[in-house]
Design a protein around this ligand. Structure first.
Ligand code: THU
Length: 133
């Protein structure tokens, strides 16, 4: 695992804090995310619904918040799955496929995603050959 530098560690701490705002009464799996654009942090957490399919992941909430803040080029995204058991497979902390497609849309070309407890990735690592237009 590539060690995070001080600025990235701060982002991961912010993502863990964002997870405490999750609305996750059904899964009890809280996730927090921070999207950085123009040096500014935009927070997200997962927001579930009694109609399960309406659930929004933390990553997408953070990225959409950046768009709502007038930004289209996300340079960094930190994600923290604070309820993932410590010895669970690392896949339980990785972003889902839908969020990866949204990253492909909104990430700056050299953007990095930091996954708490796992490491750092580019969009090419996470979604090679992503659909785009
Ligand atoms: N979840 C996220 O917020 N991000 C992901 O990348 C994967 C899953 C949320 C959705 C749901 O609220 C809970 O985690 C359990 O799947």
């Amino acid at each position: 695992m590539v060690e995070a530098n001080a600025a990235d560690l701060e982002l991961l701490v912010l993502a863990r804090e964002a997870a405490t705002r999750a609305h996750a009464p059904y899964s009890r799996f809280r996730v927090g995310a921070v999207a950085v654009a123009d040096g500014q942090p935009f927070l997200g957490c997962n927001v579930e619904n009694a109609s399960f399919g309406l659930t929004a992941c933390a990553e997408r909430v953070a990225m959409w918040s950046a768009v709502a803040g007038g930004r289209r080029q996300i340079s960094r995204l930190a994600v923290a799955c604070v309820d993932a058991p410590p010895h669970a497979p690392t896949t339980s902390r990785m972003p889902c496929g839908a969020c990866r497609q949204v990253m492909a849309e909104l990430f700056a070309p050299d953007a990095i995603i930091l996954v708490d407890g796992v490491g750092q990735f580019t969009i090419a690592d996470l979604l090679p050959g992503a659909f785009g237009r």
